[in-house]
Design a protein around this ligand. Structure first.
Ligand code: PA5
Length: 444
């Protein structure tokens, strides 16, 4: 196993694991039978082996074309059509990738748009890229989401102004539903190359589909290794023996803790490039579990940075939290702490040590302190941060989320709560069909 779960620091007793084990088996069997709530959205479950191989090759070809023919790729999408690719690209690219010159990067600079409605963000991004050689990948399953639709309108107009309507068609890649939605209609009418978001895969479970794969491949990341990681996870999590199934172990620990009123789970990372991975994880669990008054509230910290901020409340605040810490066992890069003859800063006691070693000790020290402070810690040990293991982790969390959702008794594959803000926003903006709601909002 290159991914291991250690719940020895959670104060959970073996009998508590034994008690929840039957529910895990039941929840997982409902998942596998595809007969539970939301079963129309279980395409991700065997996607690492059942995916369309021809489309996969077409994604690799399109990514090569993008890499060879543009300087900047704008990836447009929001929620599940954004977070996964951003998470994987950030985790696996050099940290200052957009500052590197073309030769060192070996891929276009990638910027994201349509993940917010900030006028300042869009204007400054537009100004930054307008004179560069640009291509666009617009991603939306529904094809009608407001944020990416606005950004696409803006960048489509820029491309057409710069290159003309015809030439722009070779610069726009669309990832959307196979037959429905405004984006699909546009792609067909304009002849943009398009990729499919399968009907049976929801946004936040779509990282291994074209949604994640095209931008990830265009960033120069090995998507074959990424898929292989998911495939190996999928095969490993068929075991019903909890001692062989890391996914079951994680599900067991977090659900036992929830029953002990630990209602907040903090994903902890010690590598800054994992910041967006935690954002993806937050969406996955928050949107899947958080319904009908239920769910574990997902939060994240990036240490040691946040030990100097949220560290205080984690150590000493209300005891309703637990942590799940991702630890990478091996690292490619390191910095050695230099020695200084004068030692005025008193740091010579760690001179000659690698920063990764110091980071490891920061993790160990924090773990002990938080356990003493009454914060259970689940540790997720991963061999190293590479495409294979990130592919593995993504599937690990997706599977854990599906099982956990069923244990909680919710449908983990819908998101009815997301609609509330949209309706109000449309009404306030004067969209046709929302007149009645607009009138009722005025009276509030
Ligand atoms: O997980 C989800 O289903 C959502 O976060 C969607 O991905 C998000 O709302 C964007 O939707 P769409 O891809 O239809 O633009």
């Amino acid at each position: 196993m290159t991914l291991k779960v250690d719940y020895s620091n959670t104060m959970i007793k073996q009998e508590e694991i034994d008690n929840i084990y039957k529910q895990i088996i039941l929840a997982d069997s409902i998942l596998k039978s595809k007969e539970g709530p939301g079963s129309d959205y279980l395409g991700w479950l065997d996607y690492p082996v059942s995916h369309d191989k021809e489309e996969f090759e077409r994604i690799i070809k399109a990514a090569e074309y993008i890499k060879e023919n543009c300087e900047v790729l704008i990836v447009i999408g929001i929620g599940g059509s954004y977070l996964g690719s951003k998470a994987v690209i950030d985790a696996l690219s050099p940290i200052f990738v957009n500052e590197l010159d073309e030769k060192e990067r070996k891929a276009p600079k990638i910027y994201f748009a349509g993940q917010n409605i900030s006028g300042k963000y869009l204007k400054q991004l537009y100004e930054l890229v307008k004179d560069k050689n640009i291509m666009v990948n617009v991603i939306s399953k529904s094809g009608t989401t407001t944020e990416p639709a606005i950004a696409f309108r803006v960048f489509k107009a820029l491309l057409e102004e710069k290159y003309g309507k015809e030439a722009s068609k070779k610069r726009i890649f669309v990832t959307t539903d196979k037959s429905r939605g405004a984006l699909k209609t546009m792609a067909e009418e304009q002849g943009y190359e398009s990729f499919v978001i399968p009907d049976n895969v929801g946004g936040r479970f779509s990282v291994h589909t074209a949604v994640g794969l095209l931008p990830i491949a265009a960033a120069g990341i090995d998507i074959r290794a990424f898929m292989k990681g998911a495939e190996d996870s999928m095969k490993e999590y068929t075991s019903e023996k909890i001692e062989e199934n890391a996914c079951y172990q994680y599900v067991a620990a977090r659900n036992v803790l929830l029953r002990k009123s630990k209602e907040i789970e903090i994903m902890v990372n010690y590598e800054p490039e994992m910041t967006m991975f935690a954002e993806w994880w937050k969406q996955l669990f928050g949107e899947s579990e958080g319904k009908e008054g239920k769910g574990i509230f997902p939060v994240s910290v990036n240490n040691s940075t946040d030990l100097h901020s949220l560290g205080q409340i984690i150590q000493d605040g209300k005891r309703n939290i637990f942590e799940s810490v991702i630890v990478f066992e091996n690292h490619e890069d390191d910095s050695i702490i230099p020695s200084d003859t004068e030692d005025l800063d008193g740091l010579n006691y760690i001179a000659g040590m690698g920063m990764n070693y110091v980071n490891q000790k920061a993790f160990e020290g924090t773990l002990l302190a938080h356990i003493d402070g009454g914060v259970p810690n689940i540790i997720i040990r991963v061999d190293k941060l590479d495409a294979y293991n990130i592919g593995r982790l993504v599937y690990f969390y997706e599977r854990a989320c599906g099982i956990s959702g069923y244990i909680l008794g919710v449908n983990p594959f819908d998101q009815p709560g997301v609609e509330a803000y949209k309706k109000n926003m449309f009404a306030l903006l004067g969209k046709k069909g929302y007149e009645e709601l607009a009138a009722s909002l005025k009276n509030r």
